[in-house]
Design a protein around this ligand. Sequence first.
Ligand SMILES: CC(C)(COP(=O)(O)OP(=O)(O)OC[C@H]1O[C@@H](n2cnc3c(N)ncnc32)[C@H](O)[C@@H]1OP(=O)(O)O)[C@@H](O)C(=O)NCCC(=O)NCCS
Length: 128
Amino acid sequence: MRRALCFDTAGESAVLGDYTLSSFGIDVGMVPPEIAKKLPRYPLIPATLLGHLAVDERHHGEGIGEFLFMDALHRSQGQSGPIAAVAVVVEAIDEQAERFYQHFGFIPFPTIIGRLFIMMKTVKQLFA
Ligand SMILES: CC(C)(COP(=O)(O)OP(=O)(O)OC[C@H]1O[C@@H](n2cnc3c(N)ncnc32)[C@H](O)[C@@H]1OP(=O)(O)O)[C@@H](O)C(=O)NCCC(=O)NCCS
């Protein structure tokens, strides 16, 4: 699923930013042990992958990234029931992107560079 935030001036529409959500599986062996022990005992744990989050660079620093990011988390939480997703996973393209996600509480996978996650339980608390 792809979501885009657009604006329209003088009949011309432009994309300010967008992101995608898709189903994902977390290899339980890749999660920090203190978190792995609280997860269901399946080799692959269902999760939601938040991908391609990006904002038109002319509009960086205006709060659009946070707006899209929160929208993505809210939707992930809304859809987590049917697919039993226990976490939201992101693949950061560089260290700056990694810092953006860490700013919002994402935890790096210990052995996979650029991949981070947040537990769905934490996301639910955010919107409670
Ligand atoms: C990362 C990105 C989506 C942020 O979008 P943005 O609209 O500029 O960010 P916002 O203005 O909404 O910032 C929201 C908050 O995140 C913080 N933030 C933004 N970029 C950050 C970064 N690289 N590292 C740490 N914090 C960051 C801001 O300081 C702000 O915090 P505050 O509310 O406490 O002041 C944007 O820079 C981008 O499109 N980058 C290129 C693509 C990319 O890196 N995507 C990430 C997924 S791979």
